[in-house]
Design a protein around this ligand. Structure first.
Ligand SMILES: Nc1ncnc2c1ncn2[C@@H]1O[C@H](COP(=O)(O)OP(=O)(O)OP(=O)(O)O)[C@@H](O)[C@H]1O
Length: 309
């Protein structure tokens, strides 16, 4: 693609508001997510993340505003757009009394997926679920149910994949597998992915762009590198390295500094501190100081605790 070519948005949301009675779950949200992007939508409980995901996937209608998917008005093209959008939320969409194979087959038939047996077998193989293929779904572990749920969502090779907390309550290895699979899907097929998660390190690993939503309003959205750059000069995280013999004295000194918000001991010779001020002094202590780039979690906590910044 030529650099001058404009990347078209896969998802374009303008003035989206969703009310449930008196509750304004989503409040006048504008959002553009480009084709092939992995967009991380993060925010506290009840901020409106799932409501946005359900609206994009046609499960909910907006109270106001417009959603366009791949240049088409969602409200006027629901049946055709449903074919290219998959939502993964919890795995309650699976039929517990069917086997994993029957679940995927049923979904393939309902979605008119061609060559489904070949695809289903490939999924069982790549998700490591072959031995559970003909057991009852209700007896699968949470991690395997979620893998099955993701396989179900990927069967129709969606152009837009919506993942609402895909690794919630899933063990480390299964979560890692799911993240790798998602990344691969994005790289191999250019799938546009929107992911919500309370595990910010997960969003950090996957997302190319991030939006933070609080009380139904998007307060920040940008490319993740721009977000890091913007907050690098505002959030002061330092790694202090010193001689082991000074450990206790330095710790006591830091605890008394009012600007030091948090201290994380790393070893007897190393501490990480979060400071309000970038110009704190270490008196006469022999300390080497290195500024660290804030993590997405540092940035998120800063934004949540500093409204209107
Ligand atoms: N079907 C519904 N009926 C009434 N209120 C709802 C409904 N769905 C969501 N809400 C409300 O809308 C607001 C946003 O909820 P939503 O589930 O979108 O938040 P969320 O950011 O996904 O939260 P969480 O991180 O806890 O999953 C909340 O106040 C919630 O109680």
């Amino acid at each position: 693609m030529k650099i001058s070519e404009k990347i078209s948005p896969a998802i374009s949301i303008k003035g989206l508001t969703k009310r449930f009675g008196k509750t304004v779950a989503v409040d006048n949200v504008d959002l553009e997510i480009n084709e092939g992007e992995i967009f991380g939508l993060i925010g506290p409980n009840g901020a409106g993340k799932s409501t946005i995901m359900k609206t994009i996937s046609t499960l909910l209608n907006p109270s106001q505003g417009k959603v366009e998917i791949l240049g088409k008005d969602l409200s006027k093209n629901k049946p055709s757009l449903r074919k290219v959008i998959s939502l993964v939320s919890d795995y309650s969409v699976l039929e517990n009394d069917l086997t994993p194979y029957e679940n995927l087959k049923l979904f393939s038939l309902a979605s008119n997926i061609e060559d489904s047996d070949k695809k289903i077998n490939e999924f069982f193989h790549s998700f490591g679920l072959e031995k559970y293929k003909n057991k009852l779904t209700k007896n699968l572990s949470s991690g395997n149910k979620q893998k099955l749920n993701i396989a179900r969502a990927l069967l129709k090779s969606p152009k837009i994949l919506l993942l609402d907390e895909p690794t919630n309550a899933i063990d480390v290895e299964s979560s890692r597998f799911i993240r790798r699979y998602i990344l691969n899907e994005n790289i191999k097929n250019g799938t546009t992915i929107v992911i919500t998660s309370h595990y910010l390190w997960e969003v950090e690993q996957l997302a190319t762009s991030v939006g933070i939503i609080i009380d139904g309003k998007i307060v920040i959205k940008d490319n993740i590198e721009n977000i890091y750059k913007r907050f690098d000069s505002i959030i002061n995280i330092y790694e202090l390295t010193f001689e082991e013999k000074d450990h206790e004295k330095i710790l006591t000194y830091l605890k008394d500094l009012s600007d030091v918000l948090a201290i994380k001991p790393v070893s007897k010779e190393k501490l990480i501190i979060d400071s309000k001020d970038s110009t704190f002094t270490m008196n006469n202590f022999k300390v080497s100081i290195r500024k660290l780039r804030p993590t997405l979690e540092d940035i998120y906590s800063y934004i949540i605790s500093t409204p209107n910044q």
